[in-house]
Design a protein around this ligand. Structure first.
Ligand code: MRU
Length: 345
């Protein structure tokens, strides 16, 4: 079992500072909204579901700060929601969680400040608990897709560290392993921030899963030379038609999987599906600072002043996606019908 990514302790959000992994397992305590927002922006906490849970607790912290300062609780909470909504644009789980918190705030209008804070905390705890449950259901549903002895290729980190504690893509690996299957994983290192080699490799190693790290540009050769049975990745946002936004490099990997006749699976909670967007072209893609590429890995990795293009995510068209695994089941094309049936159920 991977470690728990974030917890609520002593009226504060305690989370693993993922920028320090795999060198150090360091926790930080967030006691104000700005610290939560900074943690999301700088990827101390990252991965779509984990961002949503962290933001939900960030809203509770906003209420606490307003109460401590003797300020209007409603206004303080709305300011917190506004600040947190401007941290990262792509993962829809952030906005999904903030909307839930805002609905609770609206529903507690006229209540005493402490009662508002209690309602918000209850909702944040519910989002936390649902994430744990949903990830296990995703694991169960996805594990059925894997053979008894199998090798999976993954990209970025859609593991316990990207959720409360079990992951989405890696939930499939954990659930299959727990069911007695032999699962080996190849992990793309995932440039520029190395979520694959730093985080996926770390948590799989901690959990005793057979993991091999490769550089991103090795995926084609690995798909041709190694017995890869499936590619499984997570998602930051899935449009109604099944187009998938995920970590930059996912699209290329999906094309490589198609070329090698390897199924390409996406594992994500329904909270990652955005039915308001008809296709992936409407998903906002975060662009990050050029320093991540110019001074990557703690050293100069490109000439100072050079032009850089650094999108954090890309869109994989639905036609390259073999199936989408959610807590409700495994959807195959056409995705929209399956999503709508699940949302309506
Ligand atoms: O920039 P990151 O590290 O937040 O990107 C994370 C991903 O792309 C994950 O694959 C995605 O959020 C799914 S996590 C279950």
């Amino acid at each position: 079992m991977p470690v728990t990514t974030l917890t609520w302790e002593n009226n504060a959000l305690r989370l693993i500072d993922q920028t320090q992994l795999p060198e150090r397992l360091v926790y930080i305590e967030c006691k104000d909204v700005e610290t939560v927002a900074e943690a999301i922006e700088s990827l101390r906490v990252r991965g779509a579901p984990a961002i949503g849970v962290a933001a939900a607790y960030g809203v509770v912290i906003g209420a606490q700060q307003a109460i401590a300062a003797g300020e209007d609780t409603d206004a303080g909470v709305r300011a917190a929601i506004n600040r947190l909504s401007h941290t990262r644009p792509t993962a829809v789980n952030l906005f999904w969680a903030l909307t839930r918190m805002e609905n609770v705030l609206d529903g507690s209008a006229g209540s005493l400040p402490k009662a508002i804070r209690e309602c918000l905390l209850r909702e944040a705890h519910a989002i936390f608990a649902e994430d744990r449950k949903v990830c296990r259901q995703i694991g169960q549903n996805g594990a059925q897709l894997l053979k008894a002895n199998t090798t999976v290729l993954t990209h970025c980190n859609a593991g316990g560290l990207a959720t409360v504690d079990y992951g989405t893509a890696l939930a499939v690996v954990y659930a299959a392993s727990e069911a007695g299957k032999q699962v080996a994983v190849f992990a793309d290192e995932t440039r520029p921030l190395l979520q694959g080699s730093r985080l996926t490799a770390w948590e799989l190693q901690q959990s005793g899963v057979d993991v091999t790290v490769i550089c991103d540009n090795m995926a084609g050769a690995v798909l041709r030379e190694k017995p890869i049975d499936s590619v499984i990745v997570g998602a930051d946002r899935i449009a109604a038609n099944g187009d998938v936004a995920n970590k930059i490099g996912t699209y290329g990997l999906a094309i490589l999987a198609r070329e090698h006749n390897v199924p390409f699976y996406v594992a994500a909670p329904l909270s990652t599906v955005d039915l308001s967007l008809s296709n992936g072209g409407q998903i906002p893609i975060e662009e990050r600072k050029s320093e991540e590429i110019i001074r990557g890995l703690g050293k100069q990795t490109a000439p100072q002043g050079v032009k850089v293009y650094n999108p954090a995510f890309d869109i994989t068209p639905n036609g390259l996606v073999t199936a989408i695994v959610t807590e409700k089941g495994v959807a195959t094309p056409p995705y929209e019908a399956a999503f709508r049936a699940w949302f309506d159920a």
